[in-house]
Design a protein. Structure first.
Ligand code: NAD
Length: 484
């Protein structure tokens, strides 16, 4: 049995308790995890504080960028270990983990090495009304010790998306991965040590959220900022935890994302894109589409096309190349998704495909499998069209006019992502810009440029990360004013 320890000040250390990580493919225990209690969390924060006074602080920006590039290369070299960790924890298909999670982890470090190496500074030649002259320039200082708290759906991708810019800016981090996905973060800690990043710059603490490691970390007085990805409710709890000490937060939270399909869309491309946006990672991507609004003239065709795509998905062993779709992360999460399936039917939704637990057989019965599910006969008043479900599910609703489509798509408490499908170039730009979200795609979904702003509004988050937006969060500017 694999044992996963905390990583503090360059050493793997035991926790105060241990818990089992259960794999979602067949329900077997995949690792024994050391939960960090108050003492380990405190040691982690203190070691990060010390690292900020040590050799890390005197490295040049280019030296730091060089270290991050070496880290990216080492991630590529240890891709198979990271893959095994991600697959064991999440059950996601190997091809997806390879293409998305592991590749993006390396890319995150390379991208932020480039961003920080090329970053400029604000400067102004100042002339005051009373005739004084000065040069003003703003320096970026690291913000300090950053708590990085991430979820289980894209564990390594989301963790490195925050650790990379935090380290690029010269901070030290204390990372808490989800209790559901402790493995890849532990491999990353080994890689951090292998490439020679100074002790204490990257610390890893395992455990749960409330009443456990997550809460201990966010309430620790030594934390200078919190960057968090996860549920909106958890974001609210973290805001309350840091409020007494007024610490900055960057929040990437939940979504209830809409796709809007106009009758001039390229149908094949649209249905393929919708299938990707609804079912990728078993619907467990914050950007996944759970609401699909389709112009009435092509509604039946789009429903039929998407149902056909759902029926083509192959659930099964993540290492089998024919598998397209893994299980949900846990039985607890499946219970949540099943409760929405029941609720939809109770409230009169029509199940176009799926709707329950599939028969898996052959050793997979103990896993948290779910059928990809589509509903018709739903509307925006129903909880299944308002609340984030985070599974391979979507409701399809017809509309008549562009104005109606925009109104329906924006009728949500969330504001993360949207996708517009049309061949009318003007309409594409116009409708994409009308979406009250952080990311609006036209004729695609989840196509990312790491320099562009990423995040959401309303219940979907606070702030943006990506490119210079990340530098803005992970640094604290000091303006220097020199009289001339
Ligand atoms: P979650 O909020 O339950 O947990 C996320 C992390 O927070 C975990 O590490 C958990 O242990 C920790 N945590 C929980 N309660 C805490 C507390 N009180 N104090 C400190 N830490 C605490 O989320 P999840 O179920 O792991 O992930 C799914 C959610 O993440 C979905 O809502 C999804 O939309 C969201 N998500 C958002 C984005 C984005 O970029 N906007 C990306 C991926 C996932």
């Amino acid at each position: 049995m694999q044992e996963l320890r905390n990583f503090v000040d360059g050493q793997f250390v035991d926790g105060s308790a241990e818990f089992d990580k259960v794999g979602p493919v067949d329900g077997s225990v995949v690792a024994r995890v050391h939960e960090a209690g108050a003492m380990v969390v405190d040691r982690a924060v203190r070691s990060a504080q010390r690292a900020l006074e040590g050799p890390w602080a005197s490295l040049s920006v280019n030296d730091r960028a060089q270290l991050l590039r070496r880290l990216a290369d080492r991630i590529d070299e240890r891709a198979e270990d990271l893959l095994a960790a991600e697959i064991g924890d999440t059950g996601k298909p190997e091809a997806l983990a390879r293409r998305l999670d592991v590749a993006r982890a390396a890319q995150n470090f390379r991208a932020f090495a480039d961003v920080v190496a090329a970053a400029g500074l604000d400067s102004f030649l100042t002339e005051t009304a009373d005739g004084q002259r000065a040069l003003n320039y703003a320096l970026r200082r690291p913000i300090g010790v950053v708590a990085v708290i991430v979820p289980w759906n894209l564990p390594l991708l989301l963790l490195t998306w925050k650790v990379a810019p935090a380290l690029a800016c010269g901070n030290a981090v204390v990372v808490k991965p989800s209790e559901e996905t402790p493995s890849s973060a532990t491999v990353l800690a080994e890689i951090i040590a292998e490439v020679g990043i100074p002790d204490g710059v990257f610390n890893l603490v395992h455990g749960f959220g409330p009443g456990s490691t997550g809460e201990l970390l966010t309430t620790h007085p030594g934390i200078d900022a919190v960057t968090f990805t996860g549920e909106s409710r958890t974001g609210a709890a973290i805001m309350r935890a840091v409020a007494p000490r007024v610490r900055p937060v960057s929040f990437e939270l939940g979504g209830k994302n809409a796709a809007v399909v106009f009758d001039d869309a390229d149908l094949d491309r649209t249905v393929a894109g919708l299938a990707r946006s609804v079912f990728t990672n078993t619907g467990q991507v914050c950007l996944c589409t759970e609401r699909v609004y389709v112009q009435r003239g092509i509604y039946d065709e789009v429903v039929a096309g998407l149902v056909e795509r759902a029926e083509q998905l192959r659930l099964g062993d993540p290492r089998d190349p024919a598998t397209t779709t893994g299980p949900l992360i846990s039985h607890a999460h499946r219970e949540k998704v099943l409760s929405y399936l029941a609720m939809a039917e109770d409230q009169g939704a029509k199940v176009a495909v799926g709707g329950g637990i599939p028969a898996m057989g052959a050793g997979l019965e103990g896993g948290s499998w779910i059928q990809p599910t589509l509903w018709t006969g739903v509307d925006n008043s129903m909880p299944v069209m308002r609340e984030e479900i985070f599974g391979p599910v979507a409701g399809l609703v017809p509309f008549d006019t562009e104005a109606e489509a925009i109104r329906l798509a924006n009728d949500t408490d969330y504001g993360l992502a949207a996708a517009v499908w049309t061949q009318d170039i003007d309409r594409g730009h116009r409708v994409a810009a009308s979406m009250k979200v952080g990311m609006s795609w036209v004729n695609t979904w989840y196509l990312r440029d790491l320099r562009s702003p990423f995040g959401g509004s309303a219940l979907s988050g606070i702030g943006r990360e990506g490119g210079h937006h990340s530098l803005d969060f992970y640094t604290s500017p000091t303006n220097v004013c020199v009289a001339l």
